[in-house]
Design a binder for this molecule. Structure first.
Ligand SMILES: Cc1cc2nc3c(=O)[nH]c(=O)nc-3n(C[C@H](O)[C@H](O)[C@H](O)COP(=O)(O)OP(=O)(O)OC[C@H]3O[C@@H](n4cnc5c(N)ncnc54)[C@H](O)[C@@H]3O)c2cc1C
Length: 471
């Protein structure tokens, strides 16, 4: 019998698994997809929000500020790329100026440090490509950018190294209350567990309903993006927002952690698995973004994608105890920024509800990754001398070597798809989007996993890439 079972391995499930892996207990994560971070965690703006946006007194406000505070050190310990570049919220009208003043006050009351209102000239001085129509801005220096799936993978891998079992392709389809715990059905097997944590993102209402009377609805909401080539990556220096509205934080323009430019998202209600980025979505994004930065060159687009927000019919995160069943649901933005704060909060809630956790000795608290493209020539020479596979560049856009691809394939949560390799080492993330390196990655993956190449998939189950010729 497991002590704790977490359903869903997005950033929330991963962060909770990471925190629980510091304790002496038997912990299981059941994830329905073939990799970690395949839901909202894979496709979002990748911003560690400072915490001025959520209403005072909400869980979102408290956990955003706490999560953002914990994030930098976590990223340093777990070798996750993180840059604190700051954000600007632009005001184009007198009404917007009132809004940014309100956000300033709210941020101060939420405990956000360093907020300032900047004049037009001060804004232009630090962000020269911004529209001349900007009257003023709110400056939030603690806002950061990150690689969201690397963050989730780092947390989940560290949890796995510390003994948490992570089972992929394991969709929970039934939950039965029994004496002293629950029986879960997933992937045709039964798992007995004392406590259940529901971190199932856009499907958290369906998972809740398997165990308890219906009490909330997830209202999935899609947001589409442009990802522009690195030659547009320096168009802005900060995360550039417009004033938020009921629909959310609006269309932003930001450098990404990899040096590209991200522009988006829009906001439309959708199905939980609708990740299409249609012409209407993209037209909207483009037309709103140029209001902030008129000079964006959208011809440099290398990819469009969409993510689905697990919004709910409540105004806050839903983090609740029901006996031994814990909902961690409706984790909309700023869920990525809040995740480590959410994990701490869930553990204290479990303790308040009778769980007793003892710390684990010999806990492994750090993770090291080889990133060839960030090394000096001297460091590269040492690495290649030791293992010549680090001298064979497979992805030329991002300078990812065969050595790094093999490290990724042998990592604690073994990747089974080309997309999963990409998320672990960056092969295929660049300008050509895998056009050149994907066949080589496929060969290496097939060789290392000792499986036929035609059995390999690009992303979700069924997305096969190669078909054997029938002569
Ligand atoms: C367009 C967009 C922009 C955003 N921008 C930001 C941002 O810049 N900053 C920020 O802080 N937040 C942002 N967010 C919000 C953030 O992405 C989410 O809050 C966060 O990813 C939610 O994580 P999660 O783990 O709850 O959900 P998910 O990542 O969706 O994970 C849930 C997991 O549960 C699994 N699952 C579902 N049902 C089952 C089942 N029955 N059995 C087993 N597994 C199951 C799913 O496969 C999935 O892997 C954005 C979101 C979107 C969509």
């Amino acid at each position: 019998m497991y002590d704790v079972t977490i359903i869903g391995c997005g950033i929330v499930g991963s962060a909770i698994a990471y925190e629980l892996s510091k304790k002496k207990l038997k912990c299981l994560v059941l994830e329905k997809e073939n990799d970690v971070a395949m839901g909202a965690t894979r496709a979002n703006s990748a911003i560690i929000h400072a915490g001025y946006d959520p209403d005072e007194g909400t869980l979102m406000a408290k956990l955003n500020v706490r999560g953002a505070h914990l994030c930098e050190k976590l990223c340093e310990d777990l070798s996750v790329a993180y840059k604190r570049i700051g954000a600007l919220v632009l005001a184009f009208s007198d009404e917007d100026v009132l809004t940014i003043k309100k956000l300033y006050k709210r941020g101060v009351s939420n405990g956000v440090e360093g907020l300032k209102i900047l004049s037009h000239d001060e804004t232009k001085a630090i962000e020269p490509n911004i529209s001349d129509d900007v009257k003023a801005s709110l400056y939030a220096p603690t806002t950061a950018i990150i690689n969201p799936w690397e963050y989730a993978l780092a947390l989940a891998e560290t949890a796995a190294i510390n003994g948490v079992e992570i089972m992929l392709d394991s969709e929970v389809t039934d939950i039965k209350k029994m004496s002293g715990g629950f029986a879960l059905t997933a992937g045709g097997k039964e798992f007995l567990t004392r406590y259940v944590i529901n971190a199932a993102g856009a499907e958290a209402d369906a998972v809740h309903d398997m165990a308890l009377p219906h009490s909330f609805n997830i209202v999935p909401n899609k947001g589409a993006y442009y990802l522009l080539d690195k030659n547009e990556g320096a168009r802005v220096n900060h995360v550039i927002f417009q004033c938020p509205s009921k629909a959310g934080k609006g269309v932003l323009v930001s450098p990404t952690i990899h040096g590209n430019l991200i522009v988006g998202p829009n906001s439309v209600d959708s199905e939980p698995d609708d990740t299409t980025a249609g012409a209407d979505d993209l037209y909207f994004v483009r037309s709103v973004a140029v209001k902030s930065i008129p000079s964006i060159d959208f011809r440099a687009n290398i990819r469009n994608f969409s993510g689905v927000r697990p919004n709910s019919d409540r105004d806050d995160f839903i983090i609740e105890a029901h006996g031994g069943f814990f909902d961690v649901a409706g984790i909309k933005s700023p869920g990525l920024a809040s995740a480590p704060g959410i994990a701490e909060y869930v553990i204290s809630l479990m303790e308040e509800n009778g769980a007793v956790f003892r710390p684990k000795e010999n806990y492994v608290s750090s993770r090291k990754q080889v990133r060839f493209n960030e090394m000096s020539h001297e460091e590269r020479a040492v690495l290649v001398k030791d293992n010549p596979l680090y001298g064979r560049v497979i992805c030329r856009c991002e300078t990812v070597t065969e050595g790094e691809i093999i490290d990724a394939i042998r990592s604690p949560i073994m990747p089974r798809t080309v997309g999963a390799v990409k998320r672990r080492c960056g092969a295929g993330l660049g300008r050509c989007q895998g056009g050149f390196c994907e066949p080589r990655v496929l060969e290496i993956l097939a060789r290392e996993l000792k499986v036929p190449i035609e059995s390999l998939e690009k992303e979700k189950s069924g997305s096969y890439i190669v078909k054997r010729r029938e002569d």
